[in-house]
Design a protein around this ligand. Structure first.
Ligand code: B12
Ligand code: SF4
Length: 433
């Protein structure tokens, strides 16, 4: 059987394991391929395996093909290092990149001598096609098979257009087979993805354009069945939903909650939601069904900025919602960005003030990065942003402010970021006393 290694590359600046990094995409690909190939996952991101060790493991095992999942901007240097190390040891091993960052940066990545192909976009079924072609004629056959959205490095750039080949019925996909992930569940916080695609157009977001603006979702029955499987087979008691917005279609998320209650599963769960779509009734229903953690990406405390970034929640109502959720025992994590394109000093002050007065369990401040694939990242000139650090270190090293905006220079953004974190820490210390 064809032997394939799938890799989630490490962050260059992280040397501690991250149990939240479960590579669900790779588990899905391995599940799709399990009948026709022998697939091994090396999750260097979550397990904090250095680049050199990752290369060693692959070269020792000498697979027929390697796939690297490139989700984050900061993983790109590590991914290319790994590809290079493997290719130097054996140039014959085909190297495929896939994932959000690989797709957004495909035109540049495909020029690397160490990358043979880029799987652009959703690739569950596409991956089966690659393997089927490989099984019946090696990499040459993959090259000549013209698999949709597979960009090959022998085709001149610009010739391949990404087609919108989305899977309409997500329930037609098998459930992720976690036996294919070494270290599961001990080394991971289990997570599931119940939907793909988002109708909103937040200009800082790289996800919606990638998965499409049409919301596609597993049926509530399927979601609850997957949760039962996790509990019965693995003894899992809590799961996170990694959906961009779990409550995007609130009738569906409410139905999931009702089914969870009826089935008596008693599993705890957490999810990311849009506050303006979350009613008090729904919140109470979710809590009854097991909700214990709520992630709210609130982004700004300035109404003018919220409008600019297409976010339409009301700040006062959102605060009331956070108070209610916290009072009902849910741990709310609220997240904000500093350094958005149109922000002035006053806007940032408003964000800091709003955030530190929000009674959430925790606060996250993030320096705005213009992600490749997002509106801001792909059209910086339109928003008068000068990109200085091109996403390097996003989420990994805090001390990088990668842009100059029309109102703020990188040092000023960094100052505000540290100020925000300082004020948040003070709040936390006060609460602990
Ligand atoms: C869950 C999640 C996380 C989790 C787990 C990440 C992981 N291992 O995937 C955690 C919590 C760790 C995380 C953290 C961060 N995240 Co995050 N995350 C997500 C999220 C919501 C879902 C990812 C997911 O599970 N997808 C589901 C699976 C099924 O899809 P998939 O992995 O993409 O794989 C499919 C295809 O892409 C393709 N594919 C993927 N790889 C490969 C490889 C090959 C060979 C092939 C053939 C195909 C293929 O096939 C798969 C099946 O279709 C995405 C948004 C999204 N909806 O995708 C953001 C997202 C990936 N995160 C993002 C960001 C910015 C971050 C943070 C930097 C945020 C921050 N400021 O702290 C941090 C970074 C980590 C850190 N240093 O702390 C950005 C990345 C953009 C970028 N270019 O950098 C995204 C796109 C969201 C956004 N804001 O736009 N994240
Ligand atoms: S940030 Fe969330 S709500 Fe906004 S477009 Fe992206 S996925 Fe949709």
């Amino acid at each position: 059987m064809t032997r394939i290694i799938l890799i989630s590359p490490p962050g260059l600046y992280r040397d501690t394991p991250d149990p939240n990094g479960l590579p669900l995409g790779l588990v899905m690909l391995a599940t799709m391929a399990r009948e026709i190939a022998d697939v091994e996952i090396i999750d260097s991101y979550s397990l904090a395996l250095p680049v050199s060790e990752t290369i060693d493991r692959v070269t020792k095992s000498s697979p027929d093909m390697v796939g690297i999942s490139l989700q984050f901007s900061f993983s790109e240097p590590a991914a290319l290092e790994i590809a290079k190390g493997i290719k130097i040891s054996n140039p014959e091993i085909p190297m495929i990149f896939g994932g959000i960052q690989a797709t957004a940066r495909s035109k540049s990545l495909i020029c690397s001598p160490f990358v043979d192909a880029i799987a652009m976009g959703e690739f569950d079924i596409g991956f089966q096609k690659i393997i089927a072609a490989f099984n019946s004629g090696g990499w040459e056959n993959v090259s000549s098979s013209r698999i949709p959205n597979l960009m090959l490095n022998e085709i001149s750039i610009g010739q391949i257009q990404r087609q919108s080949e989305f899977i309409d019925n997500l329930d037609s996909l098998p459930m992720p087979d976690f036996t294919l992930l070494p270290g599961f569940p001990q080394k991971y916080n289990p997570r599931l993805l119940t939907s793909r695609g988002c109708k909103f157009r937040c200009p800082y977001c790289a996800s919606a354009a990638y998965w499409g603006h049409r919301f596609r979702a597993h049926s509530p029955e399927r979601v609850v069945e997957e949760m039962h499987g996790l509990k019965n087979k693995w003894g899992i008691k809590r799961v996170s939903f990694s959906d961009d917005t779990f409550n995007l279609v609130s009738s569906r998320s409410a139905k999931i909650a009702e089914l969870l209650i009826d089935s008596g599963l008693e599993m705890k769960w957490g999810a990311s939601m849009r506050p303006e779509l979350l009613t008090e009734d729904d919140l109470r229903l979710y809590i009854k069904s097991g909700l214990t953690g709520l992630f709210l990406g609130l982004e700004s405390g300035s109404p003018a900025i919220l409008k600019k970034i297409n976010r339409n929640h009301n700040l006062d109502k959102t605060r009331d919602l956070v108070i209610l959720a916290q009072n009902l025992g849910v741990e709310v994590h609220a997240s904000f960005m500093i350094g958005l394109p149109d922000e002035t000093d006053d806007d940032i002050q408003m964000t800091i003030e709003y955030a530190v007065n929000l009674p959430s369990s925790s606060l996250g401040f993030h320096i705005f990065h213009p992600l490749p694939g997002s509106e801001y990242g792909d059209h910086p000139e339109k928003y008068e942003i000068e990109i200085i650090a091109d996403g390097e270190g996003v989420g990994e090293i805090d001390a990088v402010a990668p842009i100059r905006t029309k109102h703020l220079n990188p040092m000023r953004i960094l100052d505000y970021y540290y100020m925000a974190r300082g004020v948040a820490e003070e709040r936390q210390n006060r609460e602990r006393q």
